[in-house]
Write a protein that binds this ligand. Structure first.
Ligand code: SF4
Ligand code: SF4
Length: 195
């Protein structure tokens, strides 16, 4: 069965509804208009208890045009892109991609509440550009040292546990073909700047 695609909206149209605006700036398709509010996403979301709104609630707010409230919500910043919800969504809504869209819209509108979130994203992107992959140990260490130094001692046990189970590595490893990846990223930036 072929998956229906959604119409592409002209993002320069000032009369776009918020739902259409979110869809227009999401990479690929969002399928957000297909959401049936079943709640499977929130039910399968590991960090949902820390979110201002579950993904289901947030999408209802997007549909209701509650732009300011949505862009002020901490939900997209708490999302860890685990894709549990994406696998379980009966409507194939591209939930994690929409979370990225909402983060970037919140940054542009300067409506995010947690000022460390955008910095975390920038550090993550910088590491991907440098090494070609995420370097979790360095990312977490840098972020906590910069923003939450007093919490560092409390993180030590978890960090050591992850290191001992080889879930993270102490040192970064650069991928082969980093130049090709950088060329792709440069092109993506060029396309984004032109759009
Ligand atoms: S699981 Fe999918 S259809 Fe259900 S509320 Fe979440 S986004 Fe909507
Ligand atoms: S991708 Fe984000 S919203 Fe979906 S289950 Fe994981 S943390 Fe929750």
């Amino acid at each position: 069965m072929s998956i229906p695609t959604e119409p592409r909206f002209d993002v320069s149209n000032p009369n776009l509804r918020f739902l259409e605006e979110v869809s227009a700036v999401t990479a690929g398709v969002s399928r957000l208009e297909m959401c049936i509010q079943c709640g499977s996403c929130g039910g399968s979301c590991p960090p949902a208890k820390d979110m201002d709104h579950t993904p289901r609630m947030l999408f209802a707010m997007v549909r209701a045009g509650m732009k300011d409230e949505v862009l002020r919500s901490n939900t997209p910043w708490i999302c860890v892109s685990c894709y549990h919800c994406v696998v379980r969504c009966p409507q194939d809504v591209h939930i994690a991609d929409v979370m990225y869209t909402l983060k970037s819209m919140a940054i542009r509108a300067k409506l995010y509440r947690d000022s460390t979130g955008p910095d975390f994203s920038r550090t993550f992107v910088g590491m991907v550009e440098h090494y070609g992959r995420s370097y979790e140990f360095g990312l977490a260490t840098r972020h906590y040292l910069k923003h939450f130094p007093l919490r560092m001692p409390g993180m030590a046990a978890m960090g050591l546990g992850m290191l001992s189970k080889k879930r993270v590595s102490m040192t970064p490893r650069r991928i082969k073909g980093i130049d090709q990846l950088r060329a792709i990223l440069d092109k993506a930036k060029e396309v984004e700047a032109a759009s």
